[in-house]
Design a protein around this ligand. Sequence first.
Ligand SMILES: NC(=O)c1ccc[n+]([C@@H]2O[C@H](COP(=O)([O-])OP(=O)(O)OC[C@H]3O[C@@H](n4cnc5c(N)ncnc54)[C@H](OP(=O)(O)O)[C@@H]3O)[C@@H](O)[C@H]2O)c1
Length: 189
Amino acid sequence: MTRTQYYVAASLDGYIADAQGRLEWLFQFNDAEGVMEHYQSFLSGIGALAMGARTYEFLLGEGKEWPYSGLPTWVFTHRQLPALPGADVRFTSEDVRAVHARMVEAAGGKNIWMMGGGDLAAQFAAHGLVDELHLCVVPVFLRAGAPLLAAALHTPLELAGVKRFGQGLVELRYVLPAGTPTAQAPSPG
Ligand SMILES: NC(=O)c1ccc[n+]([C@@H]2O[C@H](COP(=O)([O-])OP(=O)(O)OC[C@H]3O[C@@H](n4cnc5c(N)ncnc54)[C@H](OP(=O)(O)O)[C@@H]3O)[C@@H](O)[C@H]2O)c1
């Protein structure tokens, strides 16, 4: 059965990007023992991707080859953004529930990667559309930046796993409660 997984890395103080939208603080851990193998194993279970416009623009700005070729990707935006060659990208500003239903179909039984950011993840979570949080806790403090989740979620999550990597990285895997959670829904982007 398809699971929607918010797979993300955040600083100890809960930011997924620094105040300039940069990720060097995260990329310095790319060689940490076990991280890449774990990421490859996660990615092999993914059949569709969702991300916000700023995350997509970050990937464009990297100037590299599209890293998710063959994976249908929904980019939420109200703007016209350039498509990257080789990328199966659909730009949308439709209701997240309708898009999610199409993503489940496209995933063909594999899982959905909710890549972020935290506002889009919160919009999905507000409708009970996030099943799991895979949070890689990065041992740095950023003090400001893009938040991990732009909503309050008062219902406790269930801890499903803890994995240690090199250089002090830890992944916490949580299952979100089924159904629509008690949450303060953010306004759509
Ligand atoms: N550490 C990690 O694992 C991780 C993971 C993901 C992202 N990131 C980083 O986080 C930063 C971006 O995160 P972010 O939270 O600032 O932004 P984001 O979620 O990537 O993008 C936000 C934008 O998405 C669009 N949007 C959101 N909801 C929408 C909706 N319902 N309908 C239509 N458009 C919608 C809006 O763009 P428009 O103005 O175009 O409408 C909004 O300004 C980047 O630096 C990225 O690299 C880090």
